[in-house]
Design a protein around this ligand. Structure first.
Ligand code: 4AD
Ligand code: MG
Length: 478
């Protein structure tokens, strides 16, 4: 048996002076031929390993370089140095994997996030990415815990589908056809009958439609999986491959939906605050440091931890789309023509408008409801005014839209006429319509963009830095 190690995080939480332990990890730095800062990924706290004079020959000492992997067995002793309570006095030390210090791209100094994106395969070994990915893990775990504790069923929806759930046409095609010799039908169009599935297929943009099928049997379900969007948006908020959490609840209306979404967001933030305190403190300090170089008016009003505490302890603001547009029209920013895009009832709010509402006007997360039907998806429930649908978006400070959801149209005839109006092919969605034919029920759901949530909780500013290997236009390295 090889793995007899204790993780540094566990050791720091529970140790006895004099106990013998085995640690394995990667060298961050090696000072004075004596002090190793060892990191094993369980925490950003390195363990200081002391190599006493004479323990190792010169050849071995030379191999203790930044990035090298080592196994140390030693005694836990009180540390005389500042910054740590204990250290490990090495009794044996084995090099598991050498790292050529000249070639190793991660030097013990500050690297820019842009540079680290180019070496995303190694960036987990930095303090920033260590913290970000441990927080990401906790948030994912908290999501499952939240829904499991409430009796929701975790549903795995297909990744390859033949439908466009959002009707926005932003799909990646899946095909095995020979692109050099595409089969054509009598009309000269590509003959997808020859393709693998005998029809045109694509990567899913959302698991919602299949989620709805399950909700009409199990009551409460959620999905949590990768989704794909071929939108050519090269922004700090968009990925071509991102993870989405989509709960779908039978016997829920728009208000129930908002209540659940708010409770859910607060729960997962609170979970991270309780389980990732050190990582969040590190990220809080990182953000403060980074913002020092920004002009005063570009800095966040609150520190990261302060912001997270504020969000879990205060109600989200709730306004209708119509009220939101009125606020924008009355705003000094609009009157002074500060917005780049025009404001009037019916527009799909731009990021500058959302940010004004959230960051300047309300200064807290905002749930906007009842959007004009023309800017939302076909499945959203038509309101009695005939102009708006029972939609809700949650906008978060610094991020913009983090959740999109709605009450669903459960009335077969209304749904069919909406589909016709929006050119959504109802023949292809016969199975979806069946849920409205047999035991249709009021139901609702929402989608949380997981990476946007991770951005919000970690205080990172670019979505490429909260997913391990980002897929964005013209970029699919690793
Ligand atoms: O608002 P969206 O498009 O809603 C849906 O897909 C619904 N089917 C959800 C539902 O009701 N079940 O996407 C939901 C969320 C957005 O609010 C945003 O946070 C995130 O997914 N999102 C993206 N995140 C990263 N990159 C992109 N390209 C994203 N597009 C949407
Ligand atoms: Mg949306």
């Amino acid at each position: 048996m090889f793995n007899t190690r204790v993780k540094i995080k566990s050791l720091l939480a529970d140790y006895t002076i004099g106990q013998e332990v085995t640690l394995m990890g990667w060298v961050r730095t090696f000072r004075n031929n004596q002090f190793i800062a060892l990191n094993d990924g369980s925490t950003n706290n390195n363990m200081q390993v002391v190599v006493e004079l004479g323990l190792l020959d010169d050849a071995t000492l030379k191999r203790i370089t930044t990035g090298a992997a080592i196994k140390v067995t030693g005694t836990v002793v009180e540390s005389l140095g500042k910054g740590q309570k204990i250290e490990v006095k090495a009794n044996t030390l084995v090099i598991l994997g050498d790292s050529d210090a000249e070639k190793y791209p991660l030097q013990p100094k500050k690297h820019s996030l842009e540079f680290l994106r180019e070496i995303a395969h190694l960036r987990f070994r930095t303090n920033t990415f260590g913290a970000v990915f441990r927080v990401r893990h906790s948030l994912a775990f908290a999501i499952h815990k939240f829904f499991n504790d409430k009796g929701f069923l975790y549903m795995h929806t297909p990744i390859i589908t033949a439908s466009d759930a959002e009707g926005a046409g932003e799909m990646f095609r899946v095909t095995t056809l020979d692109l050099e010799k595409l089969p054509k039908d009598e009309k000269g169009q590509i003959d997808f009958k020859e393709d693998f599935f005998g029809r045109s297929s694509n990567l899913t943009v959302s698991g919602q439609l299949e989620g709805e099928l399950a909700a009409t049997a199990f009551g409460d379900i959620y999905t949590f999986g990768p989704t794909f969007r071929a939108e050519n948006s090269n922004t700090t908020r968009h990925l071509a491959e991102f993870w989405m959490v989509e709960p779908e609840m039978a016997f829920h209306d728009l208000e129930d939906n908002m209540n659940l979404a708010e409770e859910f967001i607060k729960y997962i933030i609170r979970y991270a605050l309780e389980h990732n305190r050190e990582d969040l403190e590190f990220l809080d300090a990182r953000l403060k440091e980074e913002e020092k170089s920004l002009p005063q008016d570009k800095r966040s009003e609150m520190g990261l931890l302060e912001k997270l505490d504020f969000v879990v302890n205060n109600n989200f603001e709730r306004v209708t789309y119509t009220e939101a547009i009125d606020i924008l029209l009355q705003s000094p920013a609009y009157k002074k023509k500060k917005f780049q895009y025009d404001v009037k009832w019916g527009i799909d709010m731009q990021s500058e408008h959302e940010r004004y509402l959230v960051e300047k006007h309300f200064k807290k997360p905002v749930i906007v409801t009842n959007y004009p039907k023309d800017i939302k998806a076909f499945y959203m429930r038509m309101n009695d005014d005939g102009k708006t649908v029972a939609a809700m978006d949650i906008l978060a400070p610094g991020i913009g839209e983090i959740v999109g959801g709605s009450q669903r149209e459960e009335r077969l005839d209304v749904l069919q006429s909406r589909m016709a109006e929006m050119h959504v092919p109802s023949e292809d969605l016969w199975w979806y319509l069946d849920t409205r034919r047999f035991g249709s029920i009021p139901h609702a759901g929402f989608g949380l963009g997981f990476e946007r949530m991770v951005l919000f909780v970690t205080g990172m500013t670019n979505i490429r830095d909260v997913i391990a290997f980002p897929r964005t236009p013209k970029s699919a390295e690793f």
